[in-house]
Design a protein around this ligand. Structure first.
Ligand code: CDP
Length: 201
């Protein structure tokens, strides 16, 4: 179902995080918003990798490996999948990524460093608003020789749990029929907005 508000909540969250990450030295494709659902971005050649950072075990790794749902992963686990729907986004390792010539060795190192730095910033922020960042997926692209964070950082690409109630505040609400997805997305967007009004981080 097309829902303008859901897109606006996701866009507002992305529009909050991209500049925050830029301030902390992560280059992103974000330029500006022209309206609540339209983002102007730098044109990138996207790298077909889905970089997933996990702080807690949930979703596919609980299905595939003997983790308890919610188990703390310390240090965080980075999993990189090949973005190819026809192959069901298979998980890669460093050797496969290099053999497929998806990135160079130094680009791969930089992508992992950025993923760890982004995770640290996002965990600290979500902690401050009472939300556990369980996991999230990011994508990178290139402009010339430079790497940038692209795509989005939103409730569609993160798993978020309310620290007090344990409720999901992400697309799992929709996928597992856990309640009203719009209400969950609105709660995250409003909690983030409140920090902006309150003077930011
Ligand atoms: O979400 P699912 O259980 O299918 O897969 P996962 O491997 O547990 O996903 C880990 C995280 O990456 C979750 O926050 C997903 O929302 C996100 N993800 C995504 O945004 N897009 C994908 N194609 C795959 C995962």
């Amino acid at each position: 179902m097309y829902c303008k508000k859901k897109g606006e909540y996701n866009a507002s969250v992305s529009a909050y995080f991209f500049p925050l990450l830029e301030e902390h030295g992560i280059p992103t494709h974000f330029i500006r918003m022209t309206d609540p659902s339209t983002m102007i971005v730098r044109k990138l050649t996207m790298i077909p990798l889905e970089v997933i950072v996990r702080n807690r075990a949930a979703g596919s790794i609980v299905k595939r490996y003997p983790f308890e749902e919610g188990a703390i992963l310390d240090p965080p686990v980075i999993v990189i999948d090949y973005k190819d729907d026809s192959r069901h986004d298979p998980m890669l390792n460093d050797d496969l990524i290099l053999a497929l010539h998806l990135v160079t060795r130094s680009e791969l190192r930089r992508i992992k460093e950025m993923a760890i730095a982004i995770n640290a910033l996002l965990v600290r922020f979500f902690d401050s608003i009472g939300i556990t960042l369980v996991d999230f997926k990011i994508e990178f692209g290139k402009a010339g020789e430079s790497l940038y964070l692209g795509d989005e950082i939103s409730m569609d690409s993160m798993r978020l749990w309310d620290m007090t109630t344990g409720e999901s505040l992400d697309k799992d609400v929709y996928r597992f029929d856990k309640g009203d997805v719009m209400e969950a997305y609105e709660r995250v967007a409003k909690r983030i907005q409140a920090t902006v009004k309150g003077g930011g981080q």
